[in-house]
Design a protein around this ligand. Structure first.
Ligand code: BES
Ligand code: MN
Ligand code: ZN
Length: 495
């Protein structure tokens, strides 16, 4: 998808589709007002007669309006002016993107950035509006086709999109292009079936990214090297699978070598059967998205490289497949992790924390300015927050606040849960330094408590994206989240 700027008069533009926004309350504003004037009040009349809806997120396609050169006009309802805010703006942009994807349009000119332009209530600056519109159009433009024939009524993708703004907004489009790349990669990896998206496949993806940028390098560790490093927890999880585990290390240098890097760690369980503690059959196929954390840190890494942010960034992915097998690890096993701490396995389905604990120990060699892991770690995170927010856990208020704020800006929101020491006794084991499950109560928090034991003295945060990265049911598939939150966090680090 190609983003450009065009500040010519909207009524004179030669485009397949103009996209404008209208509020319930008159008078019409911005581009809508200009179009209404040029068409002798036709737009307002269509609204008055009910043919064009102003309801929030509604969309109406108009053809050949007099006085306007554009072939079509997509009118997005924005609802009540009083309720309009950044979140509503964001979802109007997403709805417009979905509409354009589903209708035969290969190019469009977006004027949504001028809706409510004179209002201050939580609506971002012009840069934010343009970027967010472009990001959402790019996100909506994704369609999974790798292993399935397109439907007859599938339209081609939206190819070129211009925005109603001048050259001074180029930086917003440059940001959007990077973020969209990251989202698209993350979604695609989340959606790919587990027989294609294996640990080795994730490693190949990292190599592909490293090959595309001069200041990116990659290192792939296989079983032998991980054995030397004593990563027994990660290796135990991968041992039941014919698709061996990988530790993927991507490095991006955007600043002098002495500058401490941000380190992002992703859970890359390419299929989570539960192992010997086998999961029930229904919905098990969806456990291919158990590498959603890895997909989003790889996506955010790619976004950072595309934007060439002036920071140092390292991405560590713990990739493994959790399968039952004669050689698989079992409940009762005691593992000696890379840190030297021992873990009694009570449930082989609590594997995410096991692959992460070794990856987190490994990551400390980079002396991170911030160490952030992202993982589809617990079903309890879905119970707590549903699909709207990622769960953010950290003992560091400043880091938690930075992540929450990044999520607010990107409209890829998180919500904080505590990691108080009060929860730590739930991990007590009779036979090891800790056990790998903390019981029914506060499942997401006790998982974070487990990880906290491997990140002492680190400026560390944990993001549980089990709910946000995947949509279950009807429109099921990967959302690519939290690429938006992570990319914004990295942009803020650069600024
Ligand atoms: N990958 C799952 C977590 C998960 C479950 C994500 C459902 C999304 C939807 C994780 O490995 C897991 O199985 N966690 C267990 C932990 C339990 C055994 C302590 C869980 O959440 O049930
Ligand atoms: Mn599991
Ligand atoms: Zn899992």
């Amino acid at each position: 998808m190609n983003f450009t700027l065009n500040s010519s008069l909207v009524t004179d533009l030669d485009t397949a589709c103009l996209v404008i926004g209208v509020f319930e309350q008159s008078p019409l504003q911005g581009s809508a007002e200009l179009i209404d004037q040029a068409s002798n009040g036709a737009l307002q009349q269509l609204i008055n007669s009910g043919d064009v809806s102003t309801d929030w997120k509604s969309s109406t396609l108009l053809h050949g309006l007099d006085g306007v050169t554009a072939k079509r006009i997509l009118v997005m309802g924005c609802g009540e002016t009083e309720k309009f805010n950044a979140v509503r703006y964001d979802s109007v942009c997403m709805s417009a993107g979905t509409f354009l994807r589903d209708h035969a349009t290969t190019s469009a000119h977006i004027c949504l950035n001028d809706i409510g332009a004179d209002r201050e209530t939580g609506l971002g600056q012009p840069h934010w509006r343009i970027r967010q519109a472009a990001v959402n159009l790019g996100r909506a433009n994704y369609r999974y086709t790798t292993t399935k024939a397109p439907k007859d009524d599938d339209n081609g993708p939206l190819i070129s999109v211009s925005f109603n703004a001048g050259e001074e907004m180029q930086a917003a489009l440059d940001e959007a292009r990077g973020i969209v790349k990251g989202y698209q990669r993350s979604k695609q990896l989340g959606n790919l079936p587990p027989n294609i998206c294996t640990p080795a496949f994730l490693a190949e993806q990292a190599i592909e990214i490293a090959d595309s940028y001069e200041n990116v390098s990659v290192e792939i560790l296989e079983t032998e090297e991980m054995t030397q490093l004593k990563m027994s927890a990660l290796l135990a999880v991968g041992r039941g699978s014919a698709n061996g585990p990988r530790l993927i290390v991507l490095k991006y240098q955007g600043k002098d070598k002495t500058s401490r890097p941000v380190v992002l760690v992703g859970k890359g369980v390419t299929f989570d059967s539960g192992g010997i503690s086998l999961k029930p059959g229904p919905n098990m196929e969806q456990m291919k998205f158990d590498m959603g954390g890895a997909a989003s840190v790889i996506g955010a890494f790619e976004a950072c490289a595309d934007m060439q942010l002036p920071i140092n960034l390292i991405c560590v992915v713990a990739a493994a497949e959790n399968m039952p097998d004669g050689n698989a690890y079992r409940p009762g096993d005691v593992l000696t992790t890379m840190s030297g701490k021992t873990v009694e396995v009570l449930n082989t389905d609590a594997e995410g924390r096991l692959v992460l604990c070794d990856a987190l120990t490994y990551s400390q060699r980079f002396n991170p300015a911030a160490l952030i892991d992202v993982a589809t770690l617990t079903g309890a995170a879905v119970v707590a927050l549903g699909h709207h927010a990622s769960a953010i856990m950290s003992k560091h208020d400043d880091l938690a606040d930075e992540l929450l704020e990044a999520g607010q800006t990107a409209i890829d929101r998180g919500w904080r849960l505590p990691v108080w020491d009060d929860y730590q006794p739930q991990l007590k084991s009779e036979f090891a330094d800790m056990k790998n499950v903390g019981g029914m109560a506060a499942g997401s928090i006790t998982a974070a408590c487990f990880l906290s034991r491997f990140t002492t003295d680190q400026r560390w945060a944990h993001i549980d994206c089990a709910g946000s990265t995947w949509i279950w049911g009807g429109d099921k598939g990967s959302t690519g989240r939290p690429v938006g939150l992570l990319a914004q966090f990295l942009i803020n680090q650069a600024g």
